[in-house]
Design a protein around this ligand. Structure first.
Ligand code: SF4
Length: 722
């Protein structure tokens, strides 16, 4: 057998032969690392641009990955060492991609830190200590897979999965794994769910999905609580459309009106900000719909709207005349207005306004991206139990799975305490997590099988909105894996084959699945070249394009008053958690670039804060930076005060994202979690968490002690130098 020089050196390096090793020469001997010989041809100093898929949110942005030669600490054959290899250096938006259009948001930029994170899990781990203790020992992949197979063999169909929602081949594979095991569909959960809006759009327009907005051709946008330039839905594509609306047409500058009681990033960009009484946004929408000619809305006169919403009648009339005079106009709704007990009414009221404006399937209005039909992970997941029901069943001893697969979800951090998710997880005999980091949920696992990062493996995403054509964003590895990790899809396919009764009907490989999802050889070639491909009707993984949405008459929503948890005399404030610009629901709080990123409105970093109106603060003797206790009937959290005139006097608002018990060195024990005071109130028809329906009281606890970190230095330093 002949052996070339490179292979010889590689073999000797792996076996520890001293002749081929060039250990790093600095530091003490125990810090010396083996230097592996590169296993790819490298050209020093020349960057290569590859395609990528942003893994952070469901928008499914296509990225470019700048790859260059560099040195990295890697694990090869169980041995840690240094290797010169192609490394991802910088992410940007893929210019050809219909959603990202060359852009990318800060969260997408920071996602590169997942790959190089110092606290990333780098090998399979088996629990050694108590659940939640974080005490694990490394095991080999063979041992880990064998253990999982034996637990699944013993559990039979009593297997469940808890996943992050989204239309991806990975979620399809998990759903297929459960289906072939005879188990129920995966349980999906996210804190800031859009399920109320999907349900409203199904009833109004026949599409159970989020809309795509043609802001670029709009002249007036009225947004009810939707932070569409910051955190909601498809922010990069929406920002691109907004940019065109504002300055992309000579002589035309589109206008934006934002209706919300706590000013969001989108509100801060608006021409007009309307602070409305929480939960009454639907009444204003119907008042405006009445003014522009909607049928069956005549009772919503400006006087009636003023009575219910607190918005002066003459202001309602002025907004209505803008909507009559300036076309095309479109209304957007999302966020807190839909996280109320009457959220479905509000969403359908805004749909009625859009119909009255002629905005549905019209230039400058909204439409619906063709979607994959039956068989998509999202539709299957919709039939599954809600997280709330899942936890309640387990605590009642019903349908307790013997094995739980956790992938991408962290409900211990993001579900209200009254749902007792952690207690329910503790009753499940065996939990396997595929996370790349120890977090509040994965520390409940018995086995952790760490995944490759998105830059190290194949990924795809079928965006629900943000483009008018059905696409799949897809890309292969931009670099080799650094650590002893495996692609979760490969592990599941391997396990499916090794079961006592191997699962039939599973795909041969992840790449076969991705190729089928793209729709055949030509489409696959295009997808690999450009990082995305348009899905054609009748091709792909069960794609059934729903076509254009002929507007139907919306069923007239019945007006419902919002219900709030907490007696107003005891809990005088509405509590408004909001998606953090840096961390969304907290899933990116482990990335130090995002901890370091000043919040665009408060400039706070590395911390949580609570926003209070200055008049309210003055009345209660609260100064900027003072530590405040926020108490509901369900718990108390503490956070430093930020006095903000963009918060209505009867509101206190707090960003989600911090307050993790376990989530790497950067996020563990940092700040507080607003979810911990949320009431377990739901929107009754969809069962979605009504996260804006909790009332609280606030009290000053102490003078600020530097807990509030503002851009340019801690508050204390700022005060001292004023
Ligand atoms: S919106 Fe931002 S986080 Fe979401 S996919 Fe696009 S770049 Fe990633």
């Amino acid at each position: 057998m002949s052996i070339d020089r490179r292979s010889f050196i590689k073999l000797t390096a792996v076996s520890g032969g001293a002749a081929a090793l060039a250990a790093c020469s600095t530091g003490s001997p125990e810090n010396q690392l083996i230097r592996f010989v590169p296993d790819e041809d490298l050209t020093p100093g020349i960057a290569e641009i590859k395609n990528g898929v942003c893994p952070i949110c469901r928008a499914g942005c296509g990225t470019t990955v700048r790859v260059m030669q560099g040195d990295a600490e890697v694990v090869r054959n169980g041995q840690t060492g240094v290797m010169t290899m192609s490394l991802a250096k910088k992410l940007d938006g893929n210019p050809s991609h219909p959603i990202s259009q060359g852009g990318i948001c800060p969260r997408g930029q920071a996602s590169i830190q997942i790959t190089y994170h110092p606290d990333r899990l780098i090998e399979p781990l088996k629990r050694r200590g108590n659940r939640g203790s974080g005490d694990y020992q490394p095991v080999t992949w063979d041992m880990a897979v064998a253990e999982l197979v034996s637990k699944l063999d013993a559990g039979g169909a009593a297997v469940a999965a808890l996943t992050r929602p989204g239309s991806t081949s990975r979620n399809d594979l998990i759903a297929l794994f459960l289906e072939k095991s005879g188990a129920p569909a995966p349980v999906t959960y996210e804190l800031f769910s859009d399920d109320v809006l999907r349900q409203a759009n199904l009833r109004s327009f026949g599409h159970e999905q989020l809309p795509t907005f043609d802001f670029g051709n709009s002249r007036l946008v009225i947004s009810f609580g939707a932070d569409f330039l910051g955190t909601w839905n498809s922010p990069v594509s929406q920002m691109a459309g907004y940019g065109k609306m504002r300055g992309g047409r000579p002589g035309i500058r589109g206008r934006l009106v934002q209706v919300e009681p706590r000013m969001s990033l989108t509100g801060a960009s608006a021409d007009e900000w309307v602070a409305i009484r929480p939960g009454t946004e639907g009444i204003l929408a119907l008042g405006l719909a009445n003014a522009v000619g909607a049928k069956n809305a005549s009772q919503y006169t400006p006087a009636e709207v003023e009575k219910q919403t607190g918005i002066k009648a003459d202001r309602v009339e002025r907004l209505a005349s803008m909507l009559k005079d300036i076309r095309p106009a479109v209304a957007v709704v999302a966020g807190a207005p839909l996280a109320q007990t009457n959220g479905l009414f509000t969403a359908m009221a805004v749909n009625t306004l859009n119909e009255a404006l002629g905005a549905v399937d019209a230039p400058g209005g909204l439409s619906f991206t063709p979607q994959t039909g039956a068989g998509s992970a999202r539709l299957q997941a919709d039939k599954a139990r809600s997280l709330r029901q899942f936890a309640a069943d387990i605590l009642a001893g019903k349908n307790v799975p013997q094995v739980l697969i956790v992938d991408g979800a962290n409900p211990v951090h993001t579900a209200p305490p009254a749902w007792k998710v952690k207690d329910a997880l503790a009753k499940i005999p065996y939990i396997v997590s595929f996370g790349s980091f120890a977090d509040d949920t994965s520390v409940m696992a018995d086995l952790i099988l760490p995944d490759h990062s998105a830059l190290e493996s194949w990924r795809d995403s079928r965006p629900e909105s943000g483009t008018t054509k059905a696409i799949v964003t897809v890309a292969g590895p931009a670099m080799s894996p650094l650590h002893n990790t495996r692609a979760t899809e490969d592990v599941l396919l391997d396990v499916a084959k090794k079961l006592k009764k191997p699962l039939g009907g599973m795909p041969d490989s992840l790449s076969a699945m991705l190729q089928a999802a793209a729709g055949g050889d030509d489409a696959w070639a295009t997808a690999k070249k450009q990082g995305w491909v348009e899905l054609k009707d009748g091709k792909g993984s069960g794609l059934k394009a729903q076509g254009s949405s002929a507007p139907k008459a919306s069923p007239q929503p019945s007006p419902l008053s919002p219900g709030f948890d907490g007696d107003p005399s005891q809990y005088p404030f509405h509590f408004l958690p909001f998606a953090s610009q840096a961390f969304l629901d907290g899933s990116t709080a482990h990335l130090p670039w995002l901890q370091e990123m000043p919040d665009p409105l408060s400039s706070a970093m590395w911390s949580t804060w609570v926003e209070i109106n200055p008049t309210t603060a003055n009345r209660l003797g609260i100064a900027m930076g003072d530590m405040i206790a926020i108490t509901s009937a369900h718990g108390t959290v503490h956070a430093p005060a930020v006095l903000s005139p963009g918060t209505a006097p009867d509101i206190v608002a707090m960003p989600a994202g911090q307050g993790h018990e376990t989530f790497t060195r950067y996020a563990s024990g940092r700040g507080s979690n607003p979810v911990n005071v949320l009431a377990p109130v739901v929107e009754p028809e969809t069962g979605a968490l009504a996260w804006a329906a909790t009332r609280v009281k606030i009290a000053r606890v102490s003078e600020g002690n530097g807990e509030l970190v503002l851009y340019g230095g801690a508050l204390k330093e700022f005060e001292a130098h004023r």
